[in-house]
Design a protein around this ligand. Structure first.
Ligand code: NAD
Length: 328
C-alpha cells in the first residue's frame, strides 16, 4: 500500500518540526520546507527542501504533487519583542501574506486542496481583551475586527484567503487560531522567544534568591498550550469535516506573575520580580474552548504545570550546553 503524503511548510520551525516528527511516526511520507533546518534536532522529514516560500516559482516546485495533507505554518513571526514593537510590521505583513498567496496558488494548480492554516489568537479585537480577568476570545468575536498588531491583521486576511479558496475553488481549508504554543525545542533566547521559554531561561539563569526582569506589572493574563496538545488538535482538525476558524489553545489562564512563580517552584528557587517597561500585547487573553469541544469532541487537557516542567528541564539543558561550549 502506498504511504499517505504530507507537506509541512515551515517544517524547520518550532511547531513544524514537531509536526514532522509526529506525521512520520504516524506513517506518512513527509516533505518539509523552510528557510532553515530545525535548530535543535535533526529533521525527521523524508525530504527537506530549503528555500523561500515568498518565491512563487519555488512554491510551485515543492508543491509538485497532490498531497493528502498540507500544513501551512511558515510565517515571519516571533514573541512580543518582535511583533509588538512595530519595527518589523512591513516585513511581517509582506512576507507572511506573500507566502500564503503563493502557496494557495501553487496548490490550486496542483489540485492539492486539503490544507491547514495556522492563524493566531492575535486576530482577536483589542477591545475585548482589556479586562485581564475576563477576556473574550470566542471565535465569533473576531468581527468587527480590531487586532492589536499588524501580525494579527495579516493572519486575519490570510484566514479569509484560505476560506475564500474553499468557497470559490473547492479547497478543504482548515483554519486554527493557535494560542501561545510552547515546549522543548522552541526558541529560548535571542529576541524571538515567547514568555514561557523566556521565563524558564531567566529563572534557570538566576541564583536562588535572585531577581528577574518582567515586562509590565505582570498582571496581564494569558494561557499557554503545550506542543503535543497543539499537534493533537491540529491533526484532529485537519481530519475532521470542520473548516474553522477554531481556537487551539489552553483555557487555563494565568497572570505572567503566576507563570514566573510556577517556573520558580519547579526550579525550587526563590525568585523576585523586577517589573520594567516593555512591549506587552493585550491585557488579557484566554482560549475559549467551547467550539473545539463541540466540533471536534476534544479539547486540550494537559496542565500548564506539566508542560512547564518539561520545558524548564529542556531550557536548563540548553543553558548548560551553551556554557560548556563557550568554556571549551
Ligand atoms: P517558527 O517561527 O518557529 O516557525 C515558522 C517557520 O517559518 C520558521 O522556521 C521560518 O524559518 C519559516 N519561514 C518564515 N518565512 C519563510 C519563508 N519565506 N519561506 C520558508 N519558510 C519561512 O514559529 P512557530 O511557533 O513554529 O509557528 C508556526 C505557525 O503557527 C506560524 O504561522 C505562527 O504564526 C503560528 N502561530 C504560532 C503560535 C505560537 O505560540 N508558537 C501562536 C499563534 C500562531
Amino acid at each position: 500500500m502506498n504511504k499517505k503524503t504530507a507537506l509541512v511548510l515551515g517544517g524547520g520551525g518550532f511547531i513544524g518540526s514537531h509536526l514532522v516528527k509526529r506525521l512520520v511516526t504516524e506513517g506518512f511520507w513527509v516533505r518539509a520546507v523552510d528557510l532553515k533546518y530545525p535548530e535543535f534536532s535533526e529533521t525527521t522529514a523524508d525530504d527537506f527542501v530549503q528555500g523561500d516560500l515568498r518565491d512563487p516559482l519555488f512554491c510551485r516546485s515543492i508543491i509538485d504533487q497532490k498531497f493528502d495533507e498540507i500544513y501551512q505554518l511558515a510565517a515571519d513571526m516571533g514573541g512580543a519583542g518582535y511583533i509588538f514593537t512595530g519595527d518589523h510590521d512591513a516585513d511581517v505583513m509582506h512576507n507572511s501574506a506573500s507566502i500564503n498567496l503563493n502557496v494557495l496558488d501553487a496548490c490550486l494548480r496542483r489540485n492539492s486542496k486539503r490544507i491547514f492554516y495556522s492563524s493566531s489568537a492575535c486576530i482577536y479585537p483589542e477591545h475585548n481583551q482589556l479586562d485581564p480577568e475576563n477576556p473574550n476570545c470566542e471565535e465569533t468575536s473576531a468581527y468587527p475586527a480590531n487586532p492589536d498588531s499588524e501580525y494579527g491583521w495579516e493572519k486575519l486576511f490570510s484566514e479569509r484567503l484560505y476560506l475564500a479558496y474553499a468557497r470559490n475553488y473547492g479547497f478543504e481549508s482548515r483554519v486554527a487560531r493557535f494560542h501561545n504554543i510552547f515546549g522543548p525545542e522552541g526558541t529560548w533566547c535571542g529576541g524571538k522567544e515567547k514568555a514561557p521559554a523566556a521565563i524558564c531561561r531567566k529563572v534557570a539563569e538566576a541564583i536562588d534568591g535572585g531577581t528577574i526582569e518582567i515586562w509590565g506589572d505582570g498582571e496581564q493574563t494569558r494561557s499557554f498550550l503545550y506542543i503535543d496538545e497543539c499537534l493533537e488538535g491540529s491533526t484532529r482538525l485537519m481530519r475532521s469535516n470542520f473548516a474553522g476558524p477554531v481556537n487551539i489553545g489552553s483555557d487555563e489562564m494565568v497572570t505572567i506573575n503566576q507563570l514566573v512563580d510556577l517556573a520558580s517552584r519547579i526550579a525550587q528557587k526563590n525568585i523576585h520580580k523586577n517589573h520594567i517597561p516593555g512591549p506587552l500585547g493585550v491585557r488579557g487573553r484566554n482560549s475559549d474552548n467551547h467550539m473545539i469541544g463541540e466540533r471536534l469532541n476534544w479539547s486540550p487537557s494537559m496542565s500548564l504545570e506539566s508542560g512547564i516542567k518539561k520545558t524548564y528541564a529542556w531550557v536548563s539543558k540548553q543553558i548548560l550546553k551553551q556554557k560548556n561550549s563557550s568554556n571549551a
